[in-house]
Design a protein around this ligand. Structure first.
Ligand SMILES: [Zn+2]
Ligand SMILES: [Zn+2]
Ligand SMILES: [Zn+2]
Length: 283
């Protein structure tokens, strides 16, 4: 089983946005508090139940499997400025890797905080990104890549990925999906029957082909009005209608979407606005 946790579902400024007095930014509903967009994906491997036989339910011949208390593997997609807050909120103790979608700060501004994982896990944190995005990591966090590094800087094990080459991380098989974010190529990821696409405003048919037969699609939808570099709600719904996943969640939402309580029932069947902390289990 794979568990998807929405660490953050807000656009680049988050909600509330500094200085904004709109009803969404003033809302007291926790569904209207959106950290910068990121997801955590955990895998719980099936294994025979090793509890003593006398406490197992009495069902002769019935193979019983349980999920371990902790996940067997855990990755996150993007590590924006709220990464530390998100790791603390979800009580994350170990992290196997970070996949990056693109180099905007709302997606990689929090990488310095991998230091805690370096310390407690005793190793560098693998980060997977295209060459261009990897170069941005090296530029923005140059102190982590210097020859004579200051003690205690983040330890990053940077891996270059290629748009048409699937790769394996911590036992997850990952298929990169390329989109456009105005002028910038951006990478989404398919992991099993889950796909996470953020900061897209265009996707080619060849990439849609890679997204057939999804259970769960997560896709960005900034607002209702057209935007230069992000899908609108209608554009995201359109992609969902083409792909026909079992369920679709909209993320990277701005305050212009409106109050969650007022908007949550306005989307077509099977499509929902995501919110921070939402967890979805996918078999
Ligand atoms: Zn963004
Ligand atoms: Zn606002
Ligand atoms: Zn962006």
């Amino acid at each position: 089983m794979i568990r998807l946790t929405f660490l953050g579902t807000g656009t680049s400024q988050g909600i509330p946005m500094i200085g904004c007095n709109c009803e969404v930014c003033r809302s007291l509903d926790s569904h209207d508090k959106r950290l910068r967009s990121s997801v955590m994906i955990e895998r719980f491997d099936e294994r025979p139940d090793e509890r003593p036989k006398d406490i197992l339910p009495d069902k002769p011949g019935h193979a019983i499997y349980t999920h371990p208390i902790g996940a067997d593997a855990r990755i996150v997609i993007d590590a924006g400025p709220d990464f530390r807050t998100q790791m603390l909120r979800e009580n994350v103790k170990t992290l196997d890797a970070i996949l990056l979608t693109h180099e905007h700060k709302d997606h990689m501004g929090g990488i310095d905080d991998v230091r805690s994982f370096n310390y407690f896990q005793g190793c560098a944190v693998p980060i997977y990104a295209t060459e261009r995005v990897g170069n941005a990591v090296k530029k923005d966090f140059d102190y982590a890549f210097n020859k004579n590094r200051y003690p205690g800087v983040p330890e990053i094990d940077l891996h270059t990925i290629f748009p048409n080459t699937p790769f394996d991380v911590a036992g997850f098989h990952i298929i990169p999906i390329t989109g456009r974010h105005y002028m910038l190529p951006v990478t989404g990821y398919r992991i099993g029957n889950l796909a996470y696409l953020t900061d897209f405003n265009h996707i080619e048919d060849s990439q849609l082909e890679k997204l057939k037969g999804l259970d769960t699609l997560v896709i960005n939808a900034l607002r209702y009005e057209p935007h230069l570099s992000h899908f609108t709600v209608d554009e995201a719904i359109n992609i969902s209608h083409i792909l026909k996943p079992h369920r679709t969640y909209l993320t990277h939402l701005s305050h212009q979407i409106g109050l969650y309580a007022q908007k949550k029932d306005t989307l077509p069947q099977g499509i929902e606005f995501a919110y921070d902390g939402l967890k979805i289990d996918i078999e």
